[in-house]
Design a protein around this ligand. Structure first.
Ligand SMILES: Cc1cc2nc3c(=O)[nH]c(=O)nc-3n(C[C@H](O)[C@H](O)[C@H](O)COP(=O)(O)OP(=O)(O)OC[C@H]3O[C@@H](n4cnc5c(N)ncnc54)[C@H](O)[C@@H]3O)c2cc1C
Length: 409
């Protein structure tokens, strides 16, 4: 029997769990995090849209995260060969989104930030310690939902009791499984290879996305004339890219990406991630809410995964804090339904939109390639369409929870 009941127990101290813990702690809740320590070797970087980054500013960690991150001022999309790429087989089409496309109150600010995951976790861990959020180093094994509380079982033999348990432990969520929430989805025949490169010429804060025949290649700007690669390839080709010598990898990249930023030089480790789509059949169950990859995981082609998770955080924090203010039980189905229905449309449209992207932009079919080139050219020539696309990319559409407006819940 657990002796103390927390307001909220969060399984998983990744970016989603840690941000939610900070938001709830700042609102005066008694919150505890449990993490199995799985992100220690995560050397990737993540593109965070300005609208989602605002949440970290509201929680007092924005300046520290931005200080080690690269502001992204434009996104450039090329279909097939772009300038400098030596593949001559397709039809090039360019689309460029600039921060200026945003207009209104967003004008002048960056489109988003390229945040290095180790830096992000360092800042969030420090903020959690300063805020006094306890982080238990343990693995969640199971969960039992009672009428007033959820009891979480940990692999160190102890239990935790909380009014609400949040599953934020990524795609293999133990909370989700214990709550009996099913997942649906499918594997793609691709893996994403993540790596960091040094460039010979300045990237000027421009994120490049190339839709190549074999899959998308993103070259995303990092501080200090470096860039983060997310290179989607057939699984066997991706394994070969990871195993290749640095020289062979660099030569292959140069053939695909071109030399307009100079010859790329590999720095640091290469990692490959099998790509899949995965969605929970429900974001809630008795005394349980899911957030981040525990609720939805997708292809990184559109850089939506963590952005979507941060929108979950802003929404869930607001629903919990509001319920507490009204004297309601924030673990009750009535309150949790508000979270699930607020997130439903955004999550489904992100999953459907990403899947459409994968199908349209990930294939070598010549007819599909011509149609998408025409589509890119059409969007590129319409200022209104460009503005709409950019606002969606920065997470600025739809009903916006307070944290995404830069206010605390
Ligand atoms: C190659 C690649 C590139 C990407 N690029 C982008 C991008 O540019 N922009 C973007 O928005 N998204 C991107 N994503 C997606 C993004 O990485 C994920 O959406 C994000 O990491 C999800 O965060 P999370 O906190 O939900 O889960 P995770 O990051 O998976 O964190 C889960 C945490 O839970 C812990 N844990 C796991 N199981 C247990 C357990 N049983 N008990 C206790 N703790 C547990 C783990 O140790 C970990 O700390 C990319 C993904 C890939 C693969």
């Amino acid at each position: 029997m657990a002796e103390h009941r927390h307001d909220v127990a969060i399984a998983g101290a990744g970016a989603v769990g840690a941000t939610l813990a900070l938001a709830l702690k700042h609102a005066g809740l008694d919150v505890v995090l449990v993490d199995a320590g799985g992100l220690a070797s995560d050397s990737r970087s993540t593109l965070i849209a300005a609208g989602c980054f605002r949440q970290w500013e509201a929680l007092g960690v924005g300046a520290a995260i931005a200080a080690g991150s690269q502001a992204v001022h434009a996104v450039q999309v090329a279909d097939g060969p772009g300038p400098g790429a030596s593949d001559r087989g397709g039809v090039p089409a360019w689309l460029r989104f600039d921060a200026a496309d945003l207009g209104g109150g967003e004008a002048g600010g960056p489109l988003g930030y390229m945040v290095e995951n180790p830096h992000l976790h360092t800042v969030l861990d420090k903020a959690l310690a300063e805020a006094g959020v306890p982080v238990r180093k343990a693995r969640v094994l199971g969960l039992a939902a009672g009428p007033r509380e959820a009891t979480i079982t940990l692999d160190d033999g102890s239990t935790l009791a909380a009014t609400l348990a949040v599953g934020a432990e990524g795609r293999r969520s133990a909370v989700r499984a214990a709550a009996g929430i099913k997942v649906w989805g499918w594997d793609y025949p691709q893996s994403g290879v993540a790596a960091t490169i040094a460039l010979e010429r300045p990237h000027e804060g421009v994120a490049q996305q190339y839709f190549l025949k074999s899959g998308p290649l993103a070259v995303l700007p990092l501080t200090g004339q470096r860039a983060s690669l997310v290179w989607s390839e057939r699984r066997d080709a991706a394994e070969a890219l990871v195993a290749a010598s640095p020289e062979a990898f660099e030569a292959h990249l140069t053939r695909r990406f071109g030399e307009f930023l100079g010859r790329p030089r590999l720095i640091g480790a290469r990692m490959s991630f099998p790509l899949s789509l995965q969605a929970a059949s429900s974001m809630t169950a008795a005394r349980v809410a899911l957030a981040g990859d525990a609720a939805h995981g997708m292809h990184p082609i559109a850089g939506q995964g963590l952005n979507l998770g941060l929108k979950d955080v802003a929404t869930l924090a607001e629903v919990i804090v509001e319920a507490r203010r009204l004297g309601e039980d924030w673990g009750s189905p009535l309150v949790l339904d508000r979270y699930a229905s607020w997130r439903r449309v955004d999550v489904m449209s992100a999953l459907a939109g990403t899947e459409l992207f994968v199908r349209v932009f990930s294939g070598a079919d010549p007819i599909v390639r011509r149609v998408r080139s025409a589509g890119l050219a059409l969007v590129g020539s319409s200022p209104l369409a460009r503005r709409l696309f950019t606002r969606e990319a920065t997470g600025a559409l739809g009903e916006t929870p307070r944290l995404l407006r830069g206010e605390r819940p």
